[in-house]
Design a protein around this ligand. Structure first.
Ligand code: FDA
Length: 505
């Protein structure tokens, strides 16, 4: 409409007057396409039909972000924020709706310093645009006795990851990444810069796992407590084919893995006719072997499987493979980046019967259009935190998280590949958590439901419960109340942002 054109023009004029020209990329800038593509991980969201931003602001300090929010508010243009760009639905840089109001992207890839401070506990200030790999590397260079419990993939951005919880190989010993956040800097919808005290208790609670989607503002930096690790850890990886008993071993794994000592995590990547048992033990091979032979003899772990190294090397080894160096953790792009993909998730609270695992392996995973399943065991620290302590509610009683994922190489395969994910998700319904069927917000999936904008031009809380209670259970209401405190007009809004709810409900 003409209104849109006028507001877009005045928004861009406001930006030109408020921030340096070199960090503003409009659609007519020669490098707009390459800046937009710079951290896109899924080519599904970078096509001619993709609804793209009016402009991208590559902010390098807080004042750039504050000025962009003020211009956006003044001229009716919404913002999306991108840290690492790994959002499963691309919501940090595209709109899923063709009729969306115009929006701009604040890209924090250049806002990425990490400052580690020794002490008790050791802490770090990390900016949202840093990758997990950059954070891990900075910590490992200070001490091989320090670590941070977050995701496996080194190119994931700190901003999105901490906003949705964040878990990886240390989750049984140390819980979620968001569990370790002790302060944060947030730019609110008025462009004000707030810390954990000035944003208020409820909002500080909300951004630690409940903001998956930039609902409360733009988090610039996070202060996190680091954790202690032994100087030597042990990595082992054991593939078991269906012929070698994978169906029985996975069936048993469901009850063994969540009850192992907290220092030990054994996850499963099931692909084709093989279950890969990927493992990290916070200790030596000598200490690991008696645990494995008494608790899980079916895996047949022996000394030849053990790879001892320091924690930082284990991060590179587990995600990037045997030849990887710790410097490889600093690369911001990875070889698989151009692969189309689709994922969704479940939580399992009761072990799934063997005959269902038999069907999963011999039917679902055997199909030519099949993807893979990743099973991350819970228990230990992640389960010892109460459900309301943070917005992330998948705690006590969860045996494991399931991620269903499919990959493909060309657009024409999309229907068959996403269909496999959808159909397997339907098949699994009787065997996974119910009322609500829980899902992990960092594995964002718009097919769980999308926001509807209702009266007062704000997102409907009632409509949002469909997807919101899957991600947050009863915490969804408290998130909506925190949203009403900090952004009652619903400026930070997208397809799965938290709706504001007042006390009248
Ligand atoms: P991106 O920049 O796309 O942002 C994600 C969402 O958060 C968007 O809605 C965005 O608007 C919002 N956001 C981003 N920065 C923000 C900020 N500064 N302030 C407010 N809102 C902000 N997860 C996990 O727990 N364990 C794992 O091991 C992995 N592994 C993994 C591997 C790969 C290859 C992918 C693609 C993803 C994962 N993930 C994961 C999921 C990952 O944690 C999730 O996609 C994160 O949201 C990604 O954060 P980014 O900053 O990269 O995304």
């Amino acid at each position: 409409s003409t209104y849109t054109q006028a507001s877009s023009d005045s928004f861009l004029q406001c930006l030109s007057a408020s921030i340096p020209n070199q960090i503003l990329f409009t659609r007519s800038s020669p490098s707009f396409a390459s800046v937009l593509a710079s951290s896109v991980r899924n080519p599904r969201f970078l096509t001619a039909a993709t609804v793209k931003p009016l402009c991208i602001v590559t902010a390098t300090n807080a004042s750039h972000v504050q000025a962009t929010v003020v211009c956006g508010r003044t001229h009716g243009v919404r913002l999306r924020v991108r840290s690492g760009g790994h959002d499963y639905e691309g919501l940090s840089y595209r709109s899923a709706r063709a009729d969306a109001t115009p929006f701009a992207v604040v890209d924090l890839a250049g806002f990425r310093s990490v400052r580690v401070t020794r002490g008790t506990p050791a802490t770090a200030w990390v900016d949202s645009g840093a990758t997990l790999g950059e954070l891990y590397y900075a910590i490992g260079k200070v001490s091989d006795r320090l670590a941070f419990p977050a995701g496996l993939c080194p190119t994931v951005g700190v901003g999105g990851h901490l906003s949705g919880g964040g878990f990886g190989m240390l989750l049984r010993r140390h819980g979620l990444a968001a569990d370790h956040v002790v302060d944060a800097l947030l730019v609110n919808a008025e462009g004000r810069l707030l810390n954990s005290t000035t944003m208020g208790r409820d909002v500080f609670w909300a951004i630690r796992g409940g903001a998956g989607g930039g609902s409360f503002g733009i988090v610039l930096s996070w202060r996190v407590n680091l954790v202690a690790v032994p100087p030597k850890v042990t990595v082992f990886n054991i593939p078991k084919s269906v012929q070698q008993g994978a169906i029985d071993i996975v069936t048993k794994w469901q009850e063994v893995a969540p009850a192992l000592p907290d220092e030990l995590l054994v996850r499963v990547v099931a692909q084709g006719q093989v279950a890969n048992f990927q493992s990290l033990y916070l200790g030596t091979c000598d200490a690991l072997l008696p645990v494995m032979s008494s608790r899980f003899p079916e895996l047949g772990v022996d000394r030849t499987h053990c790879k001892e190294m320091n924690w930082l090397q284990s991060v590179a080894n587990i995600f990037l493979g045997d030849g990887a160096t710790v410097e490889d953790l600093l690369k911001r792009t990875a070889s698989g980046d151009a692969v189309f993909n689709k994922a969704t998730s479940d939580y399992v609270r009761q072990a799934i019967p063997r005959d269902i695992w038999a069907q999963i392996f011999t039917s679902w995973l055997a199909r030519p259009t099949a993807g893979l399943m990743i099973l991350d065991p819970y228990g230990g620290k992640i389960a010892s935190v109460s459900e309301s302590e943070t917005p992330f509610p998948h705690r006590k009683g969860v045996l494991y998280n399931v991620q269903y994922m499919n990959f493909w190489g060309s657009a024409g395969e999309e229907a068959a590949r996403t269909g496999w994910v959808r159909d397997l998700y339907t098949f699994m319904a009787p065997h996974v958590s119910k009322n609500p069927r829980e899902a992990y917000v960092n594995y964002k999936d718009l097919s769980l439901g999308e926001n509807i904008v209702g009266g007062g031009n704000v997102t409907s809380f009632e409509a949002g419960r469909v997807w919101g209670e899957k991600y947050y259970k009863g915490n969804f209401r408290r998130l909506a109340m925190a949203k009403a405190q900090i952004d009652p007009n619903d400026y930070f809004r997208n397809e799965q942002s938290i709706p504001p709810v007042g006390n009248q409900f």
